[in-house]
Design a protein around this ligand. Structure first.
Ligand code: SF4
Length: 224
């Protein structure tokens, strides 16, 4: 599968924020978010073809007990089921970061589902494709029903909450404490600008706020 990077850092987002983790980042995505923070896996995908054994050996070089499989969209990769099975066999706790537009029966301890709102739709030739594919409620439901999960929404403006509540109304059995709001932003300044009103909306709606620690600490840089 095509791999953009493998590195050791801390999980920056979500319920496991702060956890030392090895990151396996696949390249290639079926969406084109306007504010994508890893365009080298979506808009202009880069990376090398690497086999499951090779990826596993690279991951095991680090002292991490947690593996985060991310992208791009990792569920596009043909060997993703085999990779996650092998990671599990090696004893890793696995988080999969996905936009949840595609279902595959992967091995995962935490499905980090990040359905994309209309704030992600780009202008230009990819707009229609993105809009058609960004939300797949049956796939989200399938992951919620079968896995430990978190539902992570990227909040850009206050009116996004209407859209988030609308998506939640189409899903069954959602634990609202597993719904995370994360500020849209690729710089510390952008995150800080949005954080105060997002925290207030979390308090009002019973959601959790999630930071983006890697951006806070290092800015939007590869390998972090
Ligand atoms: S789904 Fe993720 S990787 Fe794909 S374009 Fe959107 S932000 Fe980028």
């Amino acid at each position: 599968m095509r791999i953009a990077e493998i590195f050791y850092s801390i999980q920056g987002e979500g319920r496991l924020a702060g956890m030392p983790s090895v990151f396996i980042r696949t390249s290639g995505c079926n969406l084109r978010c306007a504010w994508c923070d890893t365009p080298y896996t979506s808009w202009e995908p880069e990376g090398e073809e690497r086999g499951v054994d090779e990826i596993l050996a690279a991951a095991k070089r680090y002292p991490a007990k947690h593996a985060v499989v991310t992208g791009g969209e990792p569920l596009l990769a043909h060997e993703i089921e085999e990779l996650t099975k092998q990671l599990k066999r090696e004893g890793f706790h696995i988080t999969i970061e996905t936009a949840s537009t595609i279902f595959k029966p992967v091995s995962s301890d935490l499905m980090s589902l990040s359905p994309k709102l209309s704030n992600s739709t780009p202008e230009g030739k990819f707009a229609r494709m993105h809009e058609e594919h960004r939300l797949n409620v049956p796939v989200i439901q399938q992951f919620i029903d079968g896995y430990e999960y978190q539902l992570k929404f990227v909040a850009d403006k206050k009116t996004d909450l209407v859209e988030i509540e609308d998506i939640l109304s189409k899903l069954r059995n959602v634990d609202r404490t597993r719904v995370l709001l994360m500020p849209q932003g690729r710089t510390k300044e952008e995150l800080h600008e949005r954080a105060p009103w997002i925290v207030e909306l979390c308090k009002e709606h019973g959601f959790c706020y999630t930071p983006r620690l890697h951006i806070e600490l290092w800015g939007n840089r590869r390998g972090t």
